[in-house]
Design a protein around this ligand. Sequence first.
Ligand code: NAD
Length: 470
Amino acid sequence: MPTRQPTRAPGGRAECFDVLDPATGEPFDEAPDHDPDTLDAVVDAAHVAWREWRSDPATRTGALLAAADDVEAAGADLAPLLTREQGKPLSESYAEVARTAARLRYFAELDPGSQPITDGRPVSSEIRWRPLGPVAAIVPWNFPLQLASAKFAPALAAGNTVVLKPSPCTPLATRLLGSVLSSALPEDVLTIVTGGEPLGARLASHPGIRHVTFTGSIPTGRAVAKSAAASLTRATLELGGNDAAVLLEDVDVERVADRLFWAAFRNCGQVCMAVKRVYAPARIYSRVVEALAHRARTVVVGSGLDPVSELGPVNNADQLARVERYTAQALSDGARAAAGGHRLDRPGYFFAPTILADVPSTSRVVTEEQFGPVLPVLPYISVDEAVEAANGTGFGLGGSVWGTDLDRAEAIVDRLECGTAWINHHAELSLAQPFAGVKESGVGVAGGPWGLYGNLRPFVVHRPDRPEEA
Ligand code: NAD
């Protein structure tokens, strides 16, 4: 059971909604559809639990370290359930569970400390960091556990309590995680609520919430920002991306093709920081298209529970429809499918891994985030043109440059307008790094110590140096 379920609405009970297996398209279990009216009681309880939780950092550290051990020990239960509702291969679900535990450990041991302010005045001034109160965490369906822990681990470590709302497409592994965590965490310190809208909107606008931390799409991010503005609540928004990979003339195509392919197709392309556009020099364009298409044609697609599957289904019917729509539009705009280009003729939400060549740069699959197993490859003549195209959208999450001359690649990567950039890699993140999209890809900073401070407020104390000035 989750650490706390909302009290039921007067005279009523939480209804349930179906949870579908994306590998079959069929329901396999259900989750409570919590009535938004129950949020008052949930947030009140989170305030009460906060009084004790914020008071003792050492107890918090111990509880979060124990929680990390419990998560790791529950991997054999969490990972298959995650695969069942999300679709990803089982090995990736195990990796997600491991990253969830690692994140709890990382933040458990991070100390915000206190900092003196030295400005020449005869007072000792010091910044002491204080928690905010109940935090609302709202996350999407692509990495349900990992993204939830990216919210609750720093928030709890900072001394806040958390009300977590997973996507209605993937509520079950998160509920099980809540149950696992309930051994180490006191009651009401982490509460999980599940259901469809307006549950998220009501949570984000709840006057008892002190920080809304959201991961999801840009349109929903705008709605969350508006909701949080209703009670002038701090909002951290980690939003969509449309990352470009710029290949340079000296790139070793065969050497990087696998890495580049998986940077785009891992988790069936449903990664905020996946490579979603490739820019290749015209001279090597056809080799790049063919190297990627070869991998797309040979990768094993199937249920994530089947150990031979390398790529699972798209998570849900709406997402599949979007991928299909953007691909069909690109093809009618004149693109060529070097691999795939269609959904697979089998039950479930499967789409053939797709490499699109000769795509007009104005096609939506290039300008927007399609978030699926589709990769457009675009030719360029000059590197300036490629950098301009890479930077030429409203997105700014990640980007990469691929080549053999690392100094030249470094000079070009420095020109990308995004929060994180790589040379010859993509989407490899450290727990210790700041994570901050630019432009429409995000507001605020998550990750590393910055993620901890994002859940704290500075409290400044001035004390005279000499008693006579007191
Ligand atoms: P989404 O924006 O549709 O939903 C995200 C969450 O918000 C879900 O829990 C959903 O139920 C909830 N929600 C929906 N409407 C709401 C509202 N009005 N108020 C409050 N909450 C509401 O996103 P999705 O389709 O679940 O996930 C895919 C998106 O997430 C992609 O755009 C992807 O790039 C983005 N994403 C970003 C990051 C990042 O770190 N920047 C990481 C993963 C995914």
